[in-house]
Design a protein around this ligand. Structure first.
Ligand SMILES: [Zn+2]
Length: 241
C-alpha cells in the first residue's frame, strides 16, 4: 500500500487500536477494528485475518465499501469484513467500527434484559443497544456476517445508534473516530459486567435519556478522548513512541 502522511498516521492509530482492544479484553483471538480511509471515504482499512493482539502495520489492508480488496494482496482477509463496509455505506458520520465477542455482552443478546447504560462512562454507547438476530432474515447460518447482504441487514438494525448486539455471537460498535469507538467498545463491556453484578441485588437503574445525551457529548469531546487514548495506549505498550 502506498503511504502518505495522513494515511501513515491512520495506519499507526489503527494498529494501536487493535492492541488496545486486545489489552482491554474487548477482543480476544477473534474480532476486529477498522477505520474509514482518511483520504478516500469510499474505502476502509482493516487488518488481514489475524488476532488483533499481534496486528502490525504490514497487516493493514484497504477495501472498497462492498468488501472488495483493493490491492493485489493474496493474504486472507477477515470473513466478516462486510460488517464494516456496510456500516460505512449506511453511516457517513461513522469513521471507525469494531466487532467483538466480549463475553459479558452476550447474555443481553440472549434474553430480554436490556443493555442500557447504568454508569456514566457507558453513556457513549447510547440509550439502547438493539439485538440483531441473523435467524430472522437468513435462517440457519454459520453465525458469521460473511456476506454484504448480511452486513447491510446488520447496519439497518444498528440504524443511527452506536452499538448493536448479535444474538449468540457478539456486538458491533460504530463511532466518529478510532478513539471514540474504543471508548464505546470498552465501556460497553464494562457496563455489561456492572449490570450482571447488579442483577442479583436488584433491577439496575439506567441513566435517563437526558443524562445519556449530556454525558456522552462531554465524554466524546476532545479532552476526555485524548486522555483515555493516552491511558489505553500506555497500557497497550505504546507509551512514548
Ligand atoms: Zn464475529
Amino acid at each position: 500500500m502506498s503511504t502518505s502522511e495522513p494515511l501513515d498516521s491512520a495506519i499507526r492509530d489503527l494498529v494501536i487500536a487493535n492492541r488496545i482492544l486486545a489489552r482491554e479484553n474487548v477482543i480476544d483471538g477473534f474480532g476486529h477494528v477498522s477505520m474509514r480511509h482518511p483520504l478516500n471515504p469510499e474505502r476502509f482499512l482493516l487488518s488481514r485475518s489475524r488476532s488483533p493482539e499481534v496486528v502490525t502495520r504490514d497487516d493493514i489492508m484497504e477495501f472498497e465499501l462492498d468488501g472488495t480488496l483493493v490491492s493485489q494482496d493474496h493474504r486472507r482477509p477477515y470473513a466478516e469484513r462486510f460488517i464494516h463496509g456496510a456500516i460505512y455505506m449506511a453511516r457517513p458520520d461513522v469513521n471507525a467500527a469494531t466487532h467483538h465477542h466480549a463475553h459479558s455482552v452476550i447474555p443481553f443478546s440472549l434474553t430480554d434484559e436490556p443493555l442500557q447504560p447504568v454508569f456514566h462512562m457507558a453513556s457513549v454507547m447510547g440509550t439502547e443497544v438493539p439485538v440483531w438476530d441473523s435467524q430472522n432474515e437468513f435462517g440457519d447460518t454459520n453465525m458469521l456476517v460473511d456476506t454484504l447482504e448480511m452486513g447491510q441487514s446488520l447496519a439497518r438494525h444498528l440504524g443511527h445508534r452506536q452499538a448493536v448486539l448479535l444474538r449468540g455471537h457478539g456486538a458491533v460498535c460504530a463511532g466518529p473516530s478510532l478513539q471514540a469507538v474504543c471508548m464505546i467498545s470498552i465501556y460497553m463491556k464494562d457496563n455489561a459486567e456492572l449490570i450482571l453484578k447488579t442483577l442479583p441485588l436488584g433491577k439496575p437503574a439506567a441513566l435517563s435519556p437526558g443524562e445519556v445525551e449530556r454525558t456522552a457529548a462531554m465524554l466524546l469531546s476532545a479532552m476526555p478522548l485524548a486522555r483515555a487514548w493516552e491511558y489505553w495506549t500506555s497500557r497497550a505498550g505504546f507509551q512514548g513512541i
